[in-house]
Design a protein around this ligand. Structure first.
Ligand SMILES: [Fe+2]
Length: 267
């Protein structure tokens, strides 16, 4: 396996236009500043960007059109991508998009992957420089659910004789916030029943959804969460939005180990 790097960003909650506000936050401007920071600081050593979902909110024709315009996506690609973005110095830069609970799958596919047939569950795997990326889908609701189809997909993917990075929208372990942890799948144990026997192969699990940056592990498998580019939550029992700079995660796969650092973006 060759060494390489990529970037994770998450939970963009983009509105119709770049300067639209949500509760005083400007998700479009924040996204632009994150992409500028990536372009100026890490793009030259980054193979691709992965967005772990909630591209827009609400999911309407206008918000998806606004997102495509902001990101400079003017070409089509087959699922699962990568798409190519043109923004803030990034030219035709490869970027993968996973849907979040705010991205209804039919509309998400229609805008991001117009040449592909919409799928209900975004379960895809692909190889990059000897590592397997496993994009898995916990469904379209805030509360995750491990669907039998996804479980089967995951089990099959992890049979591959390759180190794997699991990427998904919803989180996979309690983070210590009552309202967010209520969104964990009731059948989460079934997920770990599939992952843990293969833990030597799993380099890490990257998630979004909770809008909070954290690092944890379960049974020796590293878990990484990430702050939203739009609006961060506090780790409180009830919803609380806080003022804090967006994060992105620079991930390096080196000598078969996943290491990462967080970049904070001043806006
Ligand atoms: Fe979100």
């Amino acid at each position: 396996m060759a060494d390489f790097s990529f970037v994770q960003i998450t939970d963009h909650h983009l509105l119709e236009s770049e300067d639209s506000l949500r509760e005083g936050f400007c998700p479009g401007h924040a996204m632009r500043m994150v992409m500028r920071h990536i372009s100026e600081n890490v793009a030259d050593k980054t193979d691709f960007i992965i967005s772990t979902g909630d591209l827009v909110e609400p999911d309407t024709d206008a918000t998806y059109q606004g997102a495509l315009k902001l990101l400079g996506i003017d070409s089509s690609t087959a699922l699962p991508g990568p798409q190519h973005v043109n923004i803030e110095g990034l030219k035709d830069f490869p970027m993968y998009f996973l849907p979040g609970n705010h991205d209804k799958r039919d509309m998400f596919t229609r805008y991001l992957f117009p040449d592909s047939k919409p799928v209900n569950l975004y379960n895809f795997s692909f190889e990059h420089k000897g590592a397997q990326f496993v994009f898995m889908d916990w469904g379209q609701e805030s509360k995750a659910h491990l669907f039998p189809e996804t479980k089967e997909f995951l089990a099959k993917a992890l049979k591959a004789d390759m180190p794997s990075v699991i990427v998904c929208h919803q989180h996979v372990k309690k983070i210590g916030s009552r309202w967010l942890d209520n969104f964990l799948a009731d059948n989460l144990d079934e997920f770990w029943d599939v992952v843990l026997p293969n833990k030597e192969k799993v380099l890490g699990i990257l998630c979004g959804h909770v809008h909070i940056t954290y690092e944890d592990e379960h049974g020796g498998v590293p878990i990484y969460g990430l702050r939203s580019t739009a609006y961060p939550f506090a780790r409180t029992d009830d919803p609380l939005v806080i003022l804090a700079a967006p994060h992105y995660r620079f991930v390096r796969i080196e000598d078969g180990i996943l290491i990462s650092r967080i970049y904070k973006v001043s806006i």
